[in-house]
Design a protein around this ligand. Structure first.
Ligand SMILES: Nc1ncnc2c1ncn2[C@@H]1O[C@H](COP(=O)(O)OP(=O)(O)OP(=O)(O)O)[C@@H](O)[C@H]1O
Length: 324
């Protein structure tokens, strides 16, 4: 019997594709009333998890439930869950309104719902345009409109911000927050923390199929650790000294070293002991994006902004998640 709670519950969920451990012992609960971000680099296992939640992939072990039951046991799935998965396809010569009416008929909801959801996603003026003429951002909106047809209690969205311009992302943020504020449930995946930073309240962060953070985004912000950035005359001698002292060191793209887990005075003392001259030293507050990078332990290989590529030089354990 479904419990009507609007909760998504994932317990000890694993999926192997042959030798690939796509998802490993994942456990989290998504509650109504807030937007939960399901975040992780490409290939972390987000889509596989969402597909297991939606009954499209059979778990190797563990369970995923919505309203207390597996998706396949929901008596009225379209009115409970609306989902947008990646690579949704639309008949290119069908108008947005007709696309939605086809789905409305298949779901057994009234035709008028098509116009209601077009309005909800801001596509009313494009209702009679063929989907084949739509931009990627408009496709995303149409996919979201399709998910909303059954007036669902729970929304599951896989990378909905892909293809949206900044205005579209701001619109999506407002839409999802309003949807959640009405007491409904939102689980939204993204490989870009920055894109979702101001949209989600709760975050489940995964890396290589494992959960590395599950909690409020504000608590994650509070964990921000500062780094000391130094320009050293002999970086490799300093790295050896710092790592010997149990510190974690990164080589930055501009030639400086980034040291986590210490303060500038300690770093200066260690440099002196190593006989390495320092030309520059700066205390830096680590932002959420960098914390995400650290949590996902280098799996987040490409910076979408083309920003500095940083190579982690493993020193001390960061305590940021055991996904080695
Ligand atoms: N059907 C499949 N057969 C074999 N391997 C798969 C299959 N689906 C996913 N994988 C592998 O499982 C891992 C997780 O993939 P998944 O698509 O779930 O990650 P993701 O976090 O959604 O990444 P992306 O954002 O790139 O889609 C990857 O290594 C992927 O190659």
């Amino acid at each position: 019997m479904q419990d009507g709670s609007g909760r998504i519950t994932v317990q000890d969920l694993s999926k192997n594709f042959g030798p690939v451990h796509a998802v490993q012992n994942l456990g989290f609960t998504v509650h109504p009333g807030s937007v939960t971000g399901f975040l992780g680099p490409n290939g972390a296992g987000k889509t596989t998890t969402l597909r297991m939640i939606l009954g499209l992939v059979t778990p190797s072990s563990g369970t995923a439930a919505i309203n207390g039951v597996p998706f396949g046991q929901l008596p009225n799935p379209a009115s409970v869950v609306g989902a947008v998965l990646e690579a949704q396809s639309f008949h290119p010569s069908r108008t947005a309104r007709n696309h939605l009416r086809c789905y409305a008929t298949a779901m057994g909801v009234p035709d008028e719902q098509a116009d209601r959801v077009l309005d909800l996603v801001g596509l009313t003026s494009a209702a009679d345009r063929k989907a084949g003429t739509f931009s990627l951002g408009m496709h995303q909106r149409l996919a979201l409109a399709t998910a909303l047809l059954g007036d669902p209690q729970v929304l599951v969205l896989d990378e909905p911000a892909n293809g949206l311009d900044p205005e579209g992302i701001a619109w999506l943020r407002n839409f999802l927050r309003t949807f959640a504020a009405s007491g409904r449930t939102v689980l939204v995946s993204s490989h870009l923390l920055r894109e979702m930073e101001h949209t989600v309240d709760q975050a489940v962060i995964i890396s290589r199929g494992e959960c590395v953070y599950n909690g409020h985004l504000d608590d994650l912000r509070a964990q921000q650790r500062s780094r000391v950035l130094v320009q050293a005359a002999d970086p490799s001698a300093l790295v050896t000294k710092l790592q010997g002292a149990g510190l974690q060191v990164e080589h930055l793209a501009d030639g400086r070293l980034g040291i986590t887990g210490s303060d500038s005075r300690t770093v200066a003392d260690l440099a002196l002991e190593a006989g390495v001259a320092l030309y520059e030293m700066q205390d830096e507050k680590v932002d959420l994006e960098q914390l995400f990078f650290q949590l996902t332990n280098g799996q987040y290989a490409s910076r979408p902004d083309g920003g500095p590529q940083e190579t982690a030089v493993r020193g001390a354990e960061t305590g940021s998640g055991g996904n080695d």
